[in-house]
Design a protein around this ligand. Structure first.
Ligand SMILES: NC(=O)c1ccc[n+]([C@@H]2O[C@H](COP(=O)([O-])OP(=O)(O)OC[C@H]3O[C@@H](n4cnc5c(N)ncnc54)[C@H](OP(=O)(O)O)[C@@H]3O)[C@@H](O)[C@H]2O)c1
Length: 340
């Protein structure tokens, strides 16, 4: 006997990847329902070689469904996640709404799979921000070995992190640069994204940082260790899929770059590609469609006693969202529901 699964936001970037990944990983699905807004009623989406018609989330009855994977943004989640949870369907949510709620576990299975067991207070499990997910996968084994004290991270985040409208804006603006008869003013992003980079993601906070930067700080503490200090600068770049991160860590104990490379090579969810030659590293385009968090450019930071620099890349729609959510569903299925 398998699971009755709901995918809410099935017409979106993350929802479509959820369907692909459930199929690829042969998640034991007995029945699947795909939901979106009323606007998309009847829109067809693919699940393996099947075509499914989307239903309206607003009128869907969650009674009798096991797990709902939500990828619909915070506003709609606020309205519908409690309804699903109350009906006994456990919600695995991709929005930021519940991530900082002490009664909701925030889970990256390679790092804190056991936290899943805290689901029962609200029947909800949260998925982290895409930039945090790939970073904590990389930090965890290094922290276990040498205790990380401080992280300095700068992100290079693709436009798909801003949903399908973000991808359309980059596409349309890029075409308009070559064919200036049409003008495509910034809408989803604050400035032109085509042929540009924008040091601003999500809203500004009082201290001059942005909410996206704050999320990386708060989520790393909740998932990995509350004593780790994190400072982040989040930047949007004109890449369709795949987030890059330049990460500097300071550790309590000395960690040699070769040992760090060996540790990362052995760690779950990580692929090390680190040749000190032209092209001997991973770029966002290389990681699209992959499950792994890729690490390159591992090197000592000679300006401090115990410091390392490295480059971290992952598919933000996969490890940063859909894959992580499906991995949580797998852990939850194995440890709690025990079907399939
Ligand atoms: N993209 C990433 O890298 C990433 C990473 C981590 C987390 N997330 C989070 O995942 C969520 C989805 O992101 P996305 O990139 O997939 O966005 P998207 O491409 O814009 O898709 C949004 C989806 O939500 C549905 N939706 C929106 N409002 C709805 C409503 N009121 N009722 C029912 N369905 C509604 C849309 O349905 P219609 O097509 O009918 O409008 C669509 O299926 C967001 O919370 C985002 O913050 C995204």
């Amino acid at each position: 006997m398998g699971y009755r699964i709901v995918v809410a936001g099935a017409t979106g970037n993350v929802g479509r990847e959820m369907l692909n990944i459930l199929h690829e990983r042969e998640f034991p699905v007995d029945e699947i329902a795909v939901l979106a807004s009323r606007r998309s009623l009847g829109t067809e989406v693919s699940f393996g070689d099947r075509t499914l018609k989307t239903q309206d989330l607003a009128t869907f009855d969650f009674t009798g469904w096991d797990i709902a994977l939500f990828a619909i943004g915070s506003d709609a989640t606020k309205e519908f996640a409690p309804k699903a949870a109350k009906a006994g369907c456990v919600v695995i949510d991709n929005s930021s709404l519940y991530r900082y709620d002490p009664d909701v576990p925030l889970v990256v299975p390679e790092v804190n799979a056991d936290a899943v067991m805290g689901y029962s207070k609200k029947n909800i499990i949260a998925n982290p921000n895409c930039s945090t997910a790939q970073m904590v996968v990389a930090l965890k084994p290094l922290h276990d070995r040498a205790r990380i004290k401080r992280v300095v991270v700068s992100t290079y985040q693709s436009v798909s992190g801003a949903g399908k409208e973000g991808m359309d804006e980059l596409w349309d603006q890029t075409k308009a640069v070559y064919n200036p008869v049409t003008e495509v003013p910034p809408k989803k992003f604050q400035k032109q994204i085509a042929f540009n980079v924008i040091p601003h993601i999500d809203v500004f906070l009082e201290d001059g940082s942005t909410k996206e930067e704050w999320k990386m700080v708060a989520e790393t503490k909740k998932i990995l260790d509350k004593s780790i200090k994190v400072t982040a600068t989040c930047v949007r770049v004109p890449v369709f899929v795949g987030h890059g991160e330049s990460i500097n860590i300071e550790t309590e104990e000395f960690l040699d770059e070769d040992e760090a490379r060996d540790i990362l090579r052995e760690s779950p969810g990580i692929m090390v590609v680190d040749k000190r030659e032209d092209g001997g590293y991973v770029t966002p385009i290389d990681c699209v469609g992959d499950y792994a968090t890729f690490i390159s450019r591992i090197r000592q930071d000679s300006t401090i006693d115990n410091g390392l620099n490295f480059w971290c890349v992952s598919d933000n729609l996969r490890k940063g969202a859909a894959l992580n959510a499906v991995q949580i569903a797998e852990v939850f299925g194995q440890r709690v529901l025990k079907k399939g």
